[in-house]
Design a protein around this ligand. Structure first.
Ligand code: DGY
Length: 317
């Protein structure tokens, strides 16, 4: 029986399923392991089941046991793993696409709504005794009938577009390549971000974290946006230059920002915490029971198929 090192505690049903197929080393305390703990703990294992909280960089990969042949990441994003280094060492890497598309797109809309309608300030006011309705109380920005720019029109970006159509928004997007008509569903393609940003009254960030998208939202690109725009980030913190964003929020160039993901999670740039025009969530994009179950099940399937000698459907390297 192959042995799998599972870096984080899974839902019980998922751990039971894994145990039916593999010998497993589970993490009952759910402590976030350091790279050296992962290297040490997985010495006698054949594969890893990792989570978004595990940075498996080049150095860690070089020190992993040569027994390890696969890293099944329980996430659609795999920026936490150096896939090239893994490939060079003969280690397959898989992710879990599709199953979290809807949950994450729901959160992307929540971020835009929470930010634009001042949900954070609303909560503070609601808890304050003596608040009262008035004509100019906490006036936000309405999403309906506006133009939304979607940065990254993969599965999640397209699911955001689908929801935005329900708000009668005009859908614009930028992607590495233009989608075909069927996937575009009338969305307007912009071949560069300057063009996309210049019309984005609302901007939803849904692109993966890659060297190309690192800090793609910076002081230069923020300037392309119309004043008083609203931004939501359900993708990755690395995509945003926090200092530039905090400056844009402080000057109201950006009306409000909703974010679920952070540079160096779980740390949050303290500049954000001083602002009221933000709406923060602690990386809840895929946090529904159904979705988490599906993600771990999909990672398990990738391991199972791989050890049967077949190509896993979600191989990314
Ligand atoms: C993912 O799958 O990439 C999500 O961010 C995990 O919650």
């Amino acid at each position: 029986m192959k042995k799998i090192f599972v870096t984080r505690r899974l839902l019980k049903e998922n751990e039971d399923k894994l145990k039916e197929i593999f010998e497993v080393k589970l993490n009952a305390s759910d402590k976030i392991y350091s790279p050296s703990e992962i290297i040490e703990g997985s010495k006698d294992c054949d594969g890893l089941l990792t989570s978004v909280t595990d940075p498996i960089d080049k150095d860690t990969i070089s020190k992993l046991s040569t027994k390890i042949k696969i890293i099944a990441n329980g996430a659609v994003g795999f920026g936490n793993i150096d896939c090239k280094a893994a490939k060079e060492k003969g280690i397959a890497v898989t992710n879990t696409p599709d199953v979290l598309t809807d949950a994450t797109a729901d959160i992307a809309i929540l971020l835009l709504l929470g930010a634009s309608r001042k949900a954070y300030e609303g909560r503070i006011e609601a808890e304050r005794e003596g608040w009262k309705w008035s004509w100019d109380f906490l006036l936000g920005k309405q999403m309906s009938n506006k133009k939304i720019g979607i940065l990254g029109m993969g599965r999640i970006g397209r699911a955001v577009a689908k929801r935005a159509r329900g708000f009668n928004m005009e859908i614009h997007y930028h992607n590495r390549s233009r989608l075909d008509d069927k996937l575009e569903e009338g969305a307007i393609y912009h071949k560069d971000i300057k063009s996309l940003f210049s019309i984005s009254e609302f901007l939803s960030i849904n692109c993966p974290a890659t060297p190309d998208t690192n800090k793609i939202i910076n002081s230069k690109t923020l300037n392309y946006l119309p004043s008083n725009c609203v931004i939501g980030n359900a993708a990755r913190g690395d995509v945003v230059d926090d200092d530039a964003m905090i400056k844009a929020l402080s000057s109201q160039k950006v009306f409000a920002y909703g974010l679920d993901v952070y540079n160096g999670e779980p740390k949050i740039n303290p500049g954000y915490l001083k602002l009221k025009n933000i709406f923060l969530l602690p990386h809840l994009g895929s946090a529904t029971k159904r979705t988490r179950w599906d993600m771990a099940y999909r990672a398990t399937k990738n391991l199972e198929v791989f050890f049967k000698g077949e190509k896993p459907q979600d191989l990314v390297n």
